[in-house]
Design a protein around this ligand. Sequence first.
Ligand code: 13P
Length: 254
Amino acid sequence: MRRPIIAGNWKMNKTAAETKELLEQLIPKVKDAKSEVVVCVPYTSLHTASQMLKNTNIGLGAQNVHWSDKGAFTGEISASMLLEMGVKYVIIGHSERRQYFGETDQTVNKRVIQALSSGLTPILCVGETEQERLSGQTDEVNRRQLTIGLQDISEEDAQKIVIAYEPVWAIGTGRTATEKDADETIGKIREMLSVMYSRDTALKIRIQYGGSMNSKNAQGLMAMPQIDGGLIGGASLKAEDFSLIIKASDSQKF
Ligand code: 13P
């Protein structure tokens, strides 16, 4: 069985002081969770979060990682910097990075390789824009992002990756994909992984849904057989909402 994983992507929200406040509320609320729980905080909150999450069941994540070990890359962050902060997970290839910061499938691939070789668990984001969906390119886009994003990654390493299917039109818009659509597309992504690797590996890789997931729609989404978790933006910034999503995951999957 794939263990469900619910990850919060805080994006560019919460100062270190605000991080402390939110985690103080969140930690007790999710302490008995059966699902894997992760928060991906801004770099400036990593130290605070890392101290607070020691001896809790919440894993710490970052929102990006550079592909080089170190060097002249102003504004970037290395895997060893993250590891020293106690980071275990890293979001790679989020659509906001692709859209606003020139992230490409090739740079995504380099970052995934670096994360894996450093022992970080990549949360690799894929998903189509509204335009691509309307022109019937959803599967083609997901296949391209997966094929290039996972280039040169061994079958053994692929099993360690978490994939987040995030249709761009559903992010921050309140327009969640229907349970059926999300489940179908994630099922197709699993088939693609099966072709790239093997059926056995595809069945082991966890695939999350992301895009306006909240405490109200989480039950329905988590009830779907292909959906192994969620990557949550807005609703992860409120301890109550995020913990309800985790409870929904627990109640549907265990
Ligand atoms: P929202 O949950 O705010 O739509 O964001 C989803 C997302 O982009 C998570 O990475």
